[in-house]
Design a protein around this ligand. Structure first.
Ligand SMILES: [Zn+2]
Length: 356
C-alpha cells in the first residue's frame, strides 16, 4: 500500500512538473525566484516570501554518467544527462566555477547562473559526459582524487559499493564495533546495509577505515572478485578534456574525511593533490571539493589550510544555492538527479526559491 501511494505521489508530482514545464509557469517561476525567495526563519512565518538581497548562483554536482543502472552508486543515464545539459544550455547561463568566483567577488553575477561539477574523476565523465559538454560548448569542473587517476586504484567507497554489488552472501554477520547483523537477501536489504556500513565507515578515524573495509570484503567473500582498474580517469583523458574547456580541481589524494584527520595530514592531502594536477596539466589549481562534503566533514582549520595552500574556493555537498556573501570555502551544491526532464527543470527553479 505504501509503495502504491508513493508511486501515485511521484506520478502526481511528474504531472505538476510537466504542467509547469510545458506552460509559461516555469518561466515565471524562474523570473520570480531571481528576485524573491522563501524566508528561512520559519516555513510558516507570514509573509513567507522576501525580496532576495543578491542574485544567486547554483552549482550542480554529478558523479557518474552511464547506463549501468548500478543500485549502489546510481549514475545519471547518458541520455538523461544530455537532455539536462541541453536544457541548461538553452535556459541558463552556464559558467565555469573559476569565472563565477571572479564574478562573485565583483558582485556581478548574471541571472540563472549555473556551474556544472563532477566529483572523484570517473572514467565515464570522459566517455559519456565530455562529448555532450563539448557538443554544447558547456564548461565544467571535475574534482580529482589524484591517487586514483591513471593508477588502477579505486576510491574506498567504491570498494564498499562493489562488495555489496558482488556478494552472494545472504547475511553480513557481526560487522562493525557493535557487531551488527544485516540481511542481504534482496536488493532493498543490501541497499539498507550498504547505507549503514557507509555511515559507520565515514565516522571512523582515517587510519581505522582500511581495517574495516578489509573486514567487510572478507565477510562478504568478495576478495579479488572485481577488476575495477578501468573505473577512474587517466591523465591522458584529463589532458584531452582540459584542452577542450573542462577545468580540474582537487578532491584530495586519497579521499579521506578531512575533519577526521590531523592538520599535518590535511595539509599533505590538499598540497600534494594540487601539485600533482598542476604538474600534469601545467596550469594553477585553485578549486577544491571536500570529500563527502557534509557540514561535519570539514572544519575552520580545514578551510584555513586550503587558503594557505592557495585555493580560491571549496565546494561542499551541503544543499542550497549561493549568493555573493556566501563563504567561498563553503559553497553549496544541488543534486537535481532526476531522469524526468520537467522535474529536473522545476527542481532547479525550486532550489532558488527554497531557503538555504
Ligand atoms: Zn568524492
Amino acid at each position: 500500500m505504501q509503495k502504491f501511494l508513493s508511486r501515485c505521489k511521484k506520478q502526481v508530482w511528474k504531472l505538476v512538473a510537466s504542467l509547469c514545464f510545458y506552460s509559461p509557469i516555469l518561466r515565471w517561476m524562474n523570473r520570480f525566484s531571481n528576485y524573491f525567495q522563501f524566508r528561512k526563519e520559519s516555513r510558516f512565518a507570514f509573509p513567507f516570501i522576501k525580496k532576495r538581497q543578491f542574485r544567486n548562483f547554483q552549482i550542480l554536482v554529478y558523479h557518474r554518467v552511464n547506463n549501468e543502472y548500478d543500485p549502489f552508486f546510481p549514475a545519471v543515464p547518458t541520455e538523461v544527462f544530455e537532455r539536462q545539459m541541453e536544457y541548461l544550455a538553452t535556459h541558463f547561463h552556464v559558467c565555469s566555477l573559476e569565472n563565477v568566483i571572479e564574478m562573485a567577488k565583483k558582485k556581478d553575477i548574471p541571472d540563472n547562473t549555473v556551474v556544472i561539477t563532477f566529483d572523484d574523476g570517473y572514467k565515464d565523465n570522459y566517455w559519456n559526459a565530455f562529448p555532450i559538454l563539448k557538443k554544447l560548448s558547456l564548461p565544467a569542473t571535475i574534482f580529482l582524487a589524484t591517487d586514483c587517476i591513471g593508477s588502477g586504484k579505486v576510491l574506498w567507497h567504491d570498494v564498499v559499493f562493489s562488495a555489496f554489488r558482488e556478494t552472494q552472501e545472504p547475511f553480513l554477520v557481526g560487522y562493525g564495533i557493535n557487531l551488527k547483523d544485516y540481511p542481504l537477501r534482496t536488493i532493498e536489504e543490501k541497499r539498507f546495509a550498504h547505507g549503514q556500513v557507509l555511515n559507520f565507515l565515514r565516522a571512523l578515524e582515517d587510519h581505522e577505515r582500511p581495517f574495516w573495509i578489509q573486514r567487510l570484503v572478507e565477510k562478504l567473500k568478495v576478495i579479488g572478485k572485481k577488476d575495477a582498474a578501468d573505473l577512474m580517469l587517466n591523465w591522458e583523458e584529463v589532458r584531452i578534456m582540459q584542452q577542450q574547456g573542462i577545468s580540474f580541481g582537487s578532491h584530495t589524494v586519497t579521499h579521506p574525511i578531512l575533519s577526521r584527520l590531523p592538520a599535518d595530514k590535511v595539509r599533505e592531502e590538499v598540497l600534494k593533490s594540487k601539485k600533482t594536477i598542476e604538474e600534469q596539466l601545467g596550469v594553477p589549481v585553485r578549486t577544491f571539493a571536500y570529500p563527502s562534503g557534509r557540514k561535519q566533514d570539514f572544519t575552520e582549520i580545514t578551510k584555513n589550510i586550503l587558503k594557505e595552500a592557495g585555493y580560491d574556493c571549496a565546494v561542499t555537498m551541503v544543499f542550497g544555492t549561493n549568493e555573493y556573501d556566501q563563504d567561498l570555502f563553503e559553497l553549496r551544491r544541488g543534486m537535481p538527479w532526476e531522469n524526468h526532464l520537467p522535474t529536473f527543470a522545476v527542481k532547479l527553479s525550486w532550489y532558488k526559491l527554497y531557503p538555504n
